[in-house]
Write a protein that binds this ligand. Sequence first.
Ligand SMILES: *[C@@H]1O[C@H](CO)[C@@H](O)[C@H](O)[C@H]1NC(C)=O
Length: 275
Amino acid sequence: MDTPLHLLFLLLASSAALASANFYNDVDITWGNDRAKILDNGQQLQLTLDRSSGCGIQSKQEYLFAKIDIQMKLVPGNSAGTVTTFYLSSQGPKHDEIDFEFLGNLSGDPYILHTNVFAQGLGGREQQFYLWFDPTLDFHTYSVLWTSNQIIFSVDGSPVRVFKNRETELGKVDSNYHYPKTQAMRVYSSLWNADDWATRGGLVKTDWTKAPFVASLRNFNAAATSSFDAAAEEVALESNQEQKQRLQWVRKNYMIYDYCADTKRFPQGPPPECK
Ligand SMILES: *[C@@H]1O[C@H](CO)[C@@H](O)[C@H](O)[C@H]1NC(C)=O
């Protein structure tokens, strides 16, 4: 009888499936009804936007420090006015938040990757980038490594932004400075219409004749970071010349907005964490 072997095989196969990312296990659809769809046995998530609504999901788990990766393929063609998001957020008026937002554009014109960090309800720390590839042709990996010391935003393994915890030095000089480190966050993703501001500051409107707009997600991977893993990753970035050069390359060639350099917005000088 080969039944026991078969059974063993089935058991192994199903535990492997449980261990790998599966949107059925990992997320809840929170708005937009069936505009958010889980496909391919949980391997893929599709977000849709039409004239009446967008949609969104949130992770079942909460994290206080984590390494989160997601692969996304953004709305192709004329995506002007649409915003696709991938972010971490806690609840409440003094919430913390770590944002990746993708601002759509007319066909052939570049998406903007918009990043921000909120701590204790205060944001205003925007940095924006163009991407060095067309994010609509294929899946690319977007990651957040959030530890008690720093937040690293990465695209396809390249760091694009590092936000350090500088509470020890700055807490004394600026009571507004906080670092997100006390509130657990969930992971969110959504697709919605923001044509009042997203594309060229709201000048280009969503073309509803192109609706529904669709973005696809896969390989959602969220791991609570033990302080050991996090320390190892930080040392890796600090000591890895290639990663450092990559970060500089992105910032030099693809960063299009940095709140720290916005002298119109901060005529008296930028916020203290910029120095
Ligand atoms: C859209 O394309 C224009 C022209 O290239 C560019 O100025 C803008 O930054 C692009 N992105 C968005 C989201 O407006």
